[in-house]
Design a protein around this ligand. Structure first.
Ligand SMILES: Nc1ncnc2c1ncn2[C@@H]1O[C@H](COP(=O)(O)OP(=O)(O)O)[C@@H](O)[C@H]1O
Ligand SMILES: CC(C)(COP(=O)(O)O)[C@@H](O)C(=O)NCCC(=O)O
Ligand SMILES: [K+]
Length: 257
């Protein structure tokens, strides 16, 4: 079975894939100090608790934080006796082309999202991922990654207000009832929520205009459903888009090896 690991700047997600479905998915905070032994204690405890009897033979990793990859490699080697595939490394092939400026290190999560979006919906897509940063990935007709947009994440924007202004509290995002806030928290939520609705609409409209072609908008990330609620921003939402992409890339490498 395959252990797929998606490490973002905030959270790291582990999923076990049996070839047809995910048996379980667990989430931990991303900390580069965490050792292979710590990962294994955490993972094996959860597997026992949920009575998951998985014989893990393969590991694939996508990490936006380069420093955590070392310990994840040790985890794969020491506890699963396998060399992990690491997205973005030369020995991990991608089923799609990457057409960006020479020397650009595209975030592996964006490449994985591109592969997943193309597998599920074909080409001409904009994939929006609401992570630490909000990324827009442009997927060409043939599935190639052709660049995109990076914007500050929703929680990062709220946190930046709190950090920089003495009188602004820590606030969680939610959809405000009204645009005009009558207290500080409501004002901040309004700025970020409606500002974000505008950001997503404007960026997608401009991408479509720049490329002169209709493009489907695919969304992923924990905060996407909040924006989808009443605003018609996306054509499709997939909770596990990145995980799906990791299974496709793993499969591709097994078949072409
Ligand atoms: N379902 C959710 N509801 C509210 N906040 C969420 C949810 N899922 C993730 N978040 C928050 O969204 C931000 C991005 O999280 P995540 O998508 O895990 O980022 P990354 O992939 O960059 O690690 C974090 O601040 C996280 O706490
Ligand atoms: C843009 C990102 C920080 C998003 O990371 P995330 O929010 O998933 O943690 C990551 O994809 C990254 O570090 N990219 C490198 C630069 C690039 O993609 O062009
Ligand atoms: K992500």
């Amino acid at each position: 079975m395959l252990l797929a690991i998606d490490c973002g700047n905030t959270n790291t997600v582990f999923s076990i894939w049996d070839g047809t479905r995910f048996l379980a998915t667990w989430r931990t905070s991303t900390e580069h100090q965490r050792t292979a032994d710590q990962y294994y204690v955490w993972l094996s405890t959860l597997m026992k608790l949920q009575k998951i009897e998985a014989d893990i033979t393969d590991v694939i990793v996508s990490s936006t934080v380069p420093r955590v990859v070392f310990n994840l490699r040790v985890l794969a080697d020491r506890y699963f006796n396998t060399r992990p595939m690491v997205v973005g490394k030369p020995d991990c092939a991608l089923p799609v082309a990457v057409r960006v400026d020479a020397g650009t290190q595209v975030g592996p999560d964006r490449l994985v999202n591109t592969v997943a979006g193309f597998d599920l919906h074909g080409g001409d897509l904009i994939v929006v991922d609401f992570g630490t940063a909000t990324t827009f990935d442009v997927v060409a007709k043939d599935g190639a990654y052709e660049g995109g947009v990076i914007a500050p994440g929703v929680n990062l924007s709220l946190e930046a207000l709190h950090q920089a202004a003495a009188a602004l509290p820590h606030v969680d995002i939610s959809k405000p009832q009204r645009v005009v806030g009558t207290n500080t928290v409501a004002c901040m939520q309004s700025g970020v929520f409606w500002g974000y609705v505008g950001l997503v609409r404007e960026i997608c409209a401009r991408i479509r205009a720049e490329r002169g072609t209709p493009m489907k908008i695919i969304a992923t990330g924990g905060l996407a459903p909040l924006f989808q609620q009443s605003e018609d921003l996306f054509d499709h939402f997939h909770d596990d888009l990145t995980m799906h992409g990791l299974t496709v890339i793993h499969d591709y490498n097994m078949r072409t090896a």
